[in-house]
Design a protein around this ligand. Sequence first.
Ligand code: SF4
Length: 122
Amino acid sequence: MLHPPHQSLQVATVPQQRVPLKDRDQDAPWHTEAVCRRDEAGLFFAPSKEPTAARLAREEAAKRVCARCPVMVECREHALVQPEPYGVWGGLTAAERRVVLARRRRRDVELKKAAHTIAAAG
Ligand code: SF4
């Protein structure tokens, strides 16, 4: 399992805008550019027994960090493919990732049905 970028102790700077894809080092692992590598505020993972209002506020704050992150797309896809069961990754909470995965599964089923129908008709 990939080490979560949020938990590394390396210093990270928060860019004010996304780095264009062409300007990024294509050989570097995506998490080297994670802006959450030093999550001192503990935004990305819930502490135990966190009240709902506090959780919602923390997740929104984490999503604001993700929105400025140059590797948000890669991070989100990593969390979906693993899948990562906890925390905010790529601007999505664990519950939101479950919804995305359920949609993908339904889409895959529909695509397989369509392919089967086309093959049977041909
Ligand atoms: S998208 Fe969010 S969780 Fe992912 S590396 Fe960037 S700041 Fe961290």
